[in-house]
Design a protein around this ligand. Sequence first.
Ligand code: FE
Length: 336
Amino acid sequence: MKTRYSLLALLFGCTALPAMADEVNVYSHRQPELIQPLLDAFTAETGIAVNVAFVDKGMVERLVAEGDRSPADLVLTVDVARLTQVVDAGVTQAVQSAVLTAAIPPQFRDAGNQWFGLTTRSRVVYASKERVKVGEVTTYEDLADPKWKGRICTRSGTNDYNIALLGAVIAHDGMEAATAWVTGLKANLARKPDGGDRDQVLAIAAGECDIAIGNTYYIGQMLADPEQKAAAETVNVVFPTFAKGGGSHMNISGVAMTKAAPNHDAALKLMEFLVSDEAQKIYAETNFEFPVKAGVPVSALVASWGAFTPDTLPLADVAAQRPAALKLMEDVDFDG
Ligand code: FE
C-alpha cells in the first residue's frame, strides 16, 4: 500500500489526496495472512492505510506498558477470553456504533460495547469416517463415556479454545459435572495432548485415535492445503450439543478499540467495514469461519457439513468461567 500511496502522491500531489494520509494501526494476534485480504479490501475502498503488528504473546502487557502513547488503534484476536483480558486491563474504550450493534448478535459482543465478535466458529468433533459411525457421538458429555477409552486426541487442555469449551461445560452443567467430564475425557485420551487442532486430524488419519476436538475452520484450511487434504478427507465434522439443552459451543474472533486510539475515526471505519457484507464474505470464503452477521452465507464447503444449532450461551459467560476452567484443567493434570 505504501508504494501505491507514494505513486499516487507523486502523480497528484499530496494535498490533492488528504484522505490517503489516514491510517489505522492494528495489533493482531491473528495470523497476518488470514486478515490481509480484508485489510487490502478496506484500503482499496477507503484509501485508509492499515499497519499491522503481529503480536503473538504479551498483547495485554504491551498495551498496558504503552498506555496513552500506544500507537495501536485496534486489537484483533481470537477467543473471547483474550478479548475480555484486554478489556479488563483497562486499555480499551467503548465504541458506540449502530452499524456494529445491528450486525452482531448480542451474545457475540460486549454489553458495554468494549469488544465485538467479527466471526464465529464452533468447537466440534472430528470423527474418523472409517471407525466412527454417523450418530455415535452427539453430545460433548459423550466424550467422557468409557466407550471412547484410548480413542480421543486433543491439543493441550490449557489452550484457549479448550479452556473456553470447558468454561461452557461448567456454565451448562455445573462444576461437579464438569470435573467428572474433564476427568473422563482425560481418561479416554489416546495420547498426551500435543500440537494444534490440525495435528489431531493428522493423528486420526494415521490411526492413532478415532475422534478429536477441534475448531470447524481448520478442516476447511486443511482441505485447501494440498499437503493436508488427504488427512482432512478421513474425518467427518460432527456438531455436538450440550446434553441438558444447548447447541454447539461457539467462540469468536473479534476486535476492540484501544483507549489510546490515535486514529479513532479511521479505526471505527475499519471496525464497521469488518462487519460489512463484503468483509464477512471474505471471512467466510477464505478463512472458512462463520460470518457473525446474519444473512451472509457460509462457504459452500462449510454448508456441506450440514445445519447445526449454535449454543446461545452469551460468550461473556464463557469468558467469566475462564479462571475456574484453567484451574480445573490444572487440578486434573489434563496434559500430564
Ligand atoms: Fe485457530
